[in-house]
Design a protein around this ligand. Structure first.
Ligand SMILES: [Mg+2]
Ligand SMILES: [Zn+2]
Length: 188
């Protein structure tokens, strides 16, 4: 039985925005975020992180650093009874310096490559799924994939929308408020 997902941006949505976060000791989970993810777990949504990490292409950090940050976030979430079911990262950027990663790709948000990959690999249905992120490119990514898209104001000050695909279905102070809205019916 396929279930809907809540796709989450990472930086500025789950953890405090730090420019090119690359060290576990710099991980700070935003207030209420872990509890919000636990509520999504309990409600039966897949929780899937979709994150642009162009710092890899730019050579600011490597896959090992990225994995350590992910472990630290998982550890903090687990302490609050919360679980991310799957993580997807775009390591690319056209202006990168790492040869294999310096390219225009389909997976960098607002591209929907990572969402489509998740939809192939996980028993999820895009119908009834949501995207939550702090940037307009998160909203655009969600909309392109047909998801209900929520902008949270806990991260990057990215406003106002400039094109229709950047218009959020809902604006929330933070992930906790976004999850309140999702669990109250998500606009339905
Ligand atoms: Mg973000
Ligand atoms: Zn990519």
């Amino acid at each position: 039985m396929k279930r809907p997902a809540v796709f989450l941006d990472r930086d500025g949505t789950i953890n405090r925005e730090v420019s090119y976060l690359s060290r576990p000791q710099d991980v700070e989970i935003l207030p209420g975020a872990a509890e919000a993810i636990a509520r999504l777990n309990a409600a039966g949504f897949w929780v899937v992180v979709i994150s642009n990490q162009s710092g890899l292409a730019r050579g600011y950090f490597d896959e090992g650093d990225l994995a350590l940050v992910q472990l630290e976030i998982n550890r903090r979430l687990k302490a609050a009874g919360a679980r991310v079911d799957a993580w997807y990262f775009c390591p690319h950027h056209p202006a990168g310096v790492v040869e294999d990663l310096a390219l225009a790709c389909e997976c960098r948000k607002p591209g929907i490559g990572l969402i489509m990959q998740a939809a192939r690999e996980i028993a999820l249905t895009l119908e009834g799924s949501f995207m939550v992120g702090d940037r307009l490119l998160d909203v655009a990514c969600g909309r392109r994939a047909g998801l209900t898209s929520i902008l949270v104001k806990s991260g990057h000050p990215d406003w106002p929308p400039e094109v229709p695909e950047q218009e959020p279905h809902f604006v929330a102070a933070d992930l906790a408020a976004a999850v309140d809205w999702i669990l109250a019916g998500g606009g339905r």
